[in-house]
Design a protein around this ligand. Structure first.
Ligand code: GDD
Ligand code: MG
Length: 323
């Protein structure tokens, strides 16, 4: 059975200020951390063991995911004291896996900031049918400049890997989910800073090893900016809003715009919450009016406060404007 590695150690720079107190993969989307959505997708594909490759704010993952038994999974944690880059992180995380018992089982790697509904099981099957060293999920986007550009030939074989270029040669991009034959990981030096996109993939392709593109145009989103994170949350919500267990909304309050409320959120009399992401254990007092705001967990929003496009948190003295 395939095993997984989740890359969750980046700084999330483009998501600031949302990532000042939380690593990007732990930000809530429709009430659950991005990582939890990915764990559920991996589980649906039959993956039972996952290593989280952590670095920035690594300490927040273990209390939430524990040993994984809540999801009927085995979850392990690898730590990089200093971020090792995507390739270095994969190599470091692979050190947690027992290759003797795994044999040739494929390793599935996930960028930790992607919501994708493609079939991971089909991607693994395609990889095995092609006898590939690496198989990348590819999707077409209108503007490929912010992504890894991945041209393929008629058989689906990857002919180049071009990370973030000004004049993309194709609209087909690296969607951030890879299946590897375990032997590929030996090519990455342990403990070094390595980019899988800028170093490992181009080297594999140039040396003629079989790297394939698995194309599936499913729902897909990189939640790497505040606008994208809000979109990802709205996309997952049916109806006006989503509230997790333990939340209560006064009948005179209005919650709308596909807002997401975490666990134990209280929305008091006359409050209005429109297009917001609200973390766990937040209290919104009477008559507060929030529009397109992100409220970090354990925060009290004072009665009558009116804010639009802000990051609000109990641990900062002044709300910060969202870009
Ligand atoms: N553990 C660890 N260590 N994780 C890291 C590190 C690191 O040093 N650097 C980045 N990551 C994680 C991030 O947390 C994120 O989940 C993932 O690796 C990808 O990093 P991003 O910073 O989000 O990269 P990107 O979005 O600019 O580009 C990547 O994703 C695109 C698809 O969304 C590339 O893989 C592109 O080729 C791809 O098209
Ligand atoms: Mg990203």
């Amino acid at each position: 059975m395939a095993v997984g590695i989740l890359l969750v150690g980046g700084f999330g720079t483009r998501l600031k200020p949302l990532t000042s107190e939380s690593p990007k993969p732990m930000l809530p989307v429709a009430g659950l951390p991005v990582t939890e959505h990915q764990i559920l997708a991996a589980k649906r594909a039959g993956i039972k063991t996952l290593v989280l490759a952590t670095s920035y704010l690594s300490e927040v993952f273990t209390p939430y995911f524990g040993d994984g038994s809540k999801w009927d999974m085995k979850i392990l944690y690898a730590l990089e004291k200093e971020p090792l880059g995507t390739g270095g992180a994969i190599r470091n995380a692979a050190g947690m896996l027992d290759f003797e018992s795994l044999g040739d089982e494929p390793i599935v790697v996930f960028n930790g900031d992607v919501l994708s509904r493609h079939s991971i099981a089909n991607q693994i099957e395609f990889h095995q049918a092609k006898n590939a060293d690496a198989t990348l999920h590819l999707i077409d986007v209108e503007d490929a400049r912010a992504f890894g550009c991945v041209p393929t030939d008629d058989e689906g074989r990857v002919t180049a890997f071009l990370e973030k270029m000004d004049n993309p040669v194709t609209n087909s991009i690296n969607a951030g989910c890879y299946v590897f034959h375990p032997s590929v990981l030996d090519l990455i030096p342990l403990g070094d800073v390595v980019s899988i996109e800028r170093e490992t993939f181009p080297a594999l392709v140039e040396s003629g090893r079989p790297v394939f593109g698995y194309k599936e145009q499913a729902y897909w989103l990189d939640v790497g900016t505040p606008a994208a994170l809000f979109k990802g949350s709205r996309d997952l919500i049916e109806g006006d809003f989503h509230a997790m267990a333990g939340s209560s909304i006064d009948p005179s309050a209005v919650v709308t715009g596909k807002s997401s409320l975490g666990r134990n959120v209280t929305v008091s009399k006359g409050a209005v919450i429109d297009d917001c992401i609200i973390g766990d254990n937040v209290k919104i007092e009477n008559g507060a009016h929030l529009s397109h705001c992100f409220v970090f967990r354990d925060t009290i929003i004072e009665a009558g406060l009116e804010k639009s496009r802000y990051y609000l948190s109990s641990s900062i003295s002044e709300p910060i404007n969202l870009p």
